[in-house]
Design a protein around this ligand. Sequence first.
Ligand code: CA
Ligand code: CA
Length: 317
Amino acid sequence: MPTSVGLIARSRLVRGAILALSLVTFSYVVLAAISLSTSATYEQTFDGMGIPATATTASTLPADFRVDALSTSTAQVRTVGTFSAALSTVARAGGAALSSSASNGIYNFGAGTVALGGSDRAVGFLSSGSATFSGNLYAQLANNTGGGLSGLQISYNVEKYRMGSNAAGFRIQLFYSTDGSTWTSAGSNFLTSFAADANNNGFATAPGATVAVTNTLSASIANGTNFYLAWNYSVVSGTTTTNAQALAIDDVAILGIAGNSPTNPAGTGSGQSEHRTGRQLDTADGRRHTGHQSRQHRSGGYGGSHFHWRLGHTTVS
Ligand SMILES: [Ca+2]
Ligand SMILES: [Ca+2]
């Protein structure tokens, strides 16, 4: 039989353990983010979400991704919510031949010819006339590179899992944020729109269309700070969201670009020309590296040469 002293001691021990555990959990939440790199591209296929058992079996997003479906008012078309209020799970699943009467919401879609799809998964959305006016997929990033970043090289695929006859069409627009709640559009370089279809049918082999997006996002990201991306699904224009297309995001790839601030944030004109004393095409990532600093020896350098342009003095275009 435990004595009362023993019980008190044990209860203190348990409380101590709970406190320690909650501190660990708290630290984990604060620090959890996709760690950016200027040399190793972060890649996410969403395939780890797996094939849910049924169309309404929930599945869990990869770490540091979240989703929401804004369903309060038609004013929420083309609106991004907040990372903090968004969810880590996806309620629905779909794949080939998605029904013309499929429920609106957030989907774990799978490619292929069966109803719940195969092993290649993607995160997507479907509006109805009265709910899911916007769907958002969020990613929380952190710059732990030890230096400032002038932007990100971002790639992803937009996949279509159902047609929709809504005259306005549907689209995915990328947004970015430094706090996960105030968002800036990443512009037309990161906009993928689909015109209206003849009907609301699914595809015998899904996805029925895939559009690859690859571009540079110019944004100053200080060392030791978080950065957020949000892919917003919504009707292209207006507030009528009936007869929607189902669209998904897959194959996200993110690489940090070294530099404290963009030399030419607008990405237009010749603002960088005075710095361009050397260029090399990086065969590893297919991008042009421009620099004005001395060479530095290393093995396996850019373009098969034995040097590369020092990152702190290099821009990528
Ligand atoms: Ca895919
Ligand atoms: Ca995938």
